[in-house]
Design a binder for this molecule. Structure first.
Ligand code: NAP
Length: 307
């Protein structure tokens, strides 16, 4: 694989940035990778584990001579970081981000991007429930989609170059506009996370159960909710605050369907339940056929991992 950028700056050194660092190194996509995280603790860990070639003390120092700057902080923190780095960006460089919401990031970061700098927002649809600089791994993006959401005036050459970087990190590329992105993600990621948080919260409210049975019998579906509900609270708070309309729209539809299922259960309408579950089962098949999950039973967990 050939080098695509001379110097890449990663601002924020959590799961996504550290995975990008490993994936870029795996394929030799960057001449030099510099990084910055706001806390001295995270910077110290990054140095200790050799993440990036240089760890800088400020975001501006990291961004100063970079050809590509990627904002890898929670969505609600993007604007402040952009305001700090904006004045030091060289003309012709690209600024991107990995935020899980796109419209508000474009609205809040865009005004800080100077003329002559290309702003090409992106979102890798890959993650785990872990966070921080130690949680990254080179394979995270392999075979997963990264959605590029070019802004008005994003030059084709800058978009193509960023797409090449993501392809080099193993990703499949799609482009869409911010509104569409936010609606699709509300369906596929944001609302499911909210439902998982709710389900785990409900179980926790039933303290008597949580203390014993919920943990003991967690293999029965609940365990997968708890994995999702262990995701970073700051990141997810920001996702819901910033993808308000789309999430509320999907939650409204979800509630209607839930009421319909509730009625079917009350009325003993087995046909309704059976038809519904048959339709949803085929969606799972579609995801496996698209190569986006394994068809191994229990998500490929080994027997050892279950115990
Ligand atoms: P993470 O592991 O929690 O790391 C977040 C990083 O941002 C840390 O370096 C943290 O610094 C820094 N940070 C947090 N709050 C900040 C603030 N107010 N100002 C400046 N820096 C701040 O997060 P992540 O999972 O990599 O997520 C990063 C971005 O990727 C988010 O926008 C998220 O929406 C998006 N994303 C996440 C996933 C996922 O599954 N995790 C998937 C796709 C996209 P300290 O360590 O110093 O606190």
């Amino acid at each position: 694989m050939t080098q695509i950028y001379d110097r890449v700056a990663l601002i924020g050194l959590g799961l996504i940035a550290s995975s990008m660092c490993h994936a870029m190194r795996r394929a030799g996509l960057a001449g030099e990778i510099v990084g910055y995280a706001r806390s001295p603790e995270t910077r110290a860990i990054a140095r200790e584990i050799g993440l990036c070639d240089t760890i800088c003390e400020t975001a501006a120092e990291a961004a100063k001579d970079a050809d590509l700057v990627v904002l890898c902080v929670p969505v609600g923190a993007m604007a402040a970081v952009a305001a700090e780095i904006g004045p030091v960006l060289k003309p012709g460089v690209t600024v991107s981000d990995v935020g899980s919401v796109k419209r508000t990031v474009i609205e809040s970061v865009g005004p800080h991007i100077p003329k002559g700098v290309h702003f090409v927002p992106a979102h890798p649809l890959a993650g785990t429930e872990h966070s921080g600089p130690r949680s990254g791994f080179a394979e995270l993006f392999d075979g997963r989609y990264t959605i590029l959401v070019p802004t008005e005036g994003s030059e084709t050459a800058a978009i193509d170059r960023l797409a090449d970087l993501w392809r080099g990190m193993g990703a499949l590329i799609e482009q869409m506009d911010a509104e569409h992105h936010d609606l699709v993600l509300a369906v596929t990621s944001h609302t499911p996370h909210l439902i998982a948080y709710t389900m785990v919260g409900v179980a926790d409210d039933l303290r008597r159960v949580t203390d014993s049975e919920v943990i003991k019998y967690s293999a029965a579906g609940f365990r997968d909710f708890t994995r999702i509900a262990a995701s970073d609270p700051v990141m997810w708070r920001d996702v819901f605050l910033n993808n308000k309309e789309a999430t509320l729209e999907i939650l409204g539809r979800f509630t209607e369907e839930l009421f319909a299922l509730q009625r079917a259960i009350r009325q003993g309408d087995g046909d309704h339940l059976h038809d519904y579950f048959t339709r949803t089962r085929s969606i799972r098949r579609g995801i496996i056929e698209a190569g986006q999950d394994t068809d191994a039973p229990d998500f490929g967990r080994t027997k050892a991992a279950k115990t």
